[in-house]
Design a protein around this ligand. Structure first.
Ligand code: F6P
Length: 323
């Protein structure tokens, strides 16, 4: 392994910069040349590939976003797009790539590897924490801390006015952000993609709370495919509970930004270096993860194909503590 390239793809996540830094410095430590690819797979197709040195990654560790930029690339889904990407790797003499992203990124990487036998290691970078083969993904911890900061503030005004607040968090079809925000934010109820609760169930929870003399309530709602589900749900609940004092806050992309927490900086640094060391050891078509505090490698097909279930203990804790 002489020349390694790194890219970030899909939704950005706080800690991606710390990971890029670890890849670049790790590669230099092992005497490899290292390149940054801009805008994910799109930059690979468009040959936006630049050499990096240890100074190109100084003073980035603490910043959210990604210095390499990111994209969700349609063209890489086509054979033609992947052919262009491969030709550019050949032209630049690059023999291994590290892709930082989520399941969409790994799906592309897996197909690319099967077609061209290029050495690839994936690094799980997504706030959703929905990737099999790692306990946590880069950005998840920061995103949850951001939601908690917002929930704490909303709690103040909910308390003053005795209101019910529906707070929508990200996670697409995974409830990790929602359940952890609900527990840490002391919510009364949580709506998860993995566990179907009807508006009537939510009303039951809220009525229980009112019976126990709760003067305000917080309901955390995981977004569905299209953001804004909390608005729909709040409307149905307000019709059932006959209360107009219901408000909705959609936290949205605020969860994707900001300075990474200590946990994310350390995780990103470990995974970035783990990816470089994996490539050098001849590991390919795998994702690097941390399970029980140890670096592990999982095939990209498992990382994409298997689901990481929510920890049932978190659901149990939520139920008991929200009385
Ligand atoms: O996958 C990360 C994520 O932030 C999801 O939680 C969310 O549903 C999605 O990306 C939003 O994507 P976009 O940036 O395209 O709006």
């Amino acid at each position: 392994m002489k020349k390694i390239a790194v890219l970030t793809s899909g939704g950005d996540a706080p800690g991606m910069n710390a990971c890029i830094r670890a890849v670049v410095r790790g590669a230099i430590y092992y005497e490899c040349e290292v390149f940054g690819i801009l805008r994910g797979y799109q930059g690979l197709i468009d040959n936006e590939i630049m050499p990096m040195d240890s100074h190109s990654v100084s003073n980035i560790l603490q910043h959210g976003g990604t210095i390499l930029k990111s994209a969700r690339c349609e063209e890489f889904r086509s054979k033609d797009g992947r052919k262009k990407a491969y030709d550019n790797l050949l032209a630049n003499d690059i023999n291994g790539i590290i892709v930082i992203g989520g399941d969409g990124t790994f799906t592309g990487a897996n197909i690319f590897n099967q077609e061209y036998k290029i050495s690839i290691i994936g690094v799980p970078g997504t706030i959703d924490n929905d990737i099999y083969g790692t306990d946590k993904t880069i950005g998840f911890d920061t995103a949850v801390n951001t939601t908690l900061d917002a929930i704490d503030k909303i709690r103040d005004t909910a308390d003053s006015h005795g209101r019910i607040f529906f707070i929508e968090v990200m996670g697409r079809d995974s409830g990790y952000i929602a359940i952890q925000s609900a527990i840490g934010g002391g919510a009364e109820s949580v709506i998860l993609p993995e566990k179907h609760l009807t508006p009537a169930d939510v009303v039951d929870h809220l009525r229980d709370g009112i019976r126990r003399k709760k003067s305000f309530s917080i309901v955390i709602v995981a977004e569905k495919d299209v953001p804004g589900y909390a608005v729909e749900l709040a409307k149905e609940v307000s019709d059932l509970i006959k209360s107009s004092d219901i408000r909705v806050t959609i936290l949205g992309h605020i969860q994707r930004g900001g300075s990474p927490t200590s946990t994310d900086r350390t995780l990103a640094s470990r995974l970035g270096l783990g990816a470089v060391e994996g490539l050098i050891d001849g590991i390919t078509n795998q994702m690097v993860g941390v399970i029980n505090d140890k670096i592990v490698y999982t095939s990209l097909s498992d990382a994409i194909g298997k689901t990481k279930p929510l920890n049932p203990d978190l659901l149990r804790i939520m139920k008991i503590l929200s009385i």
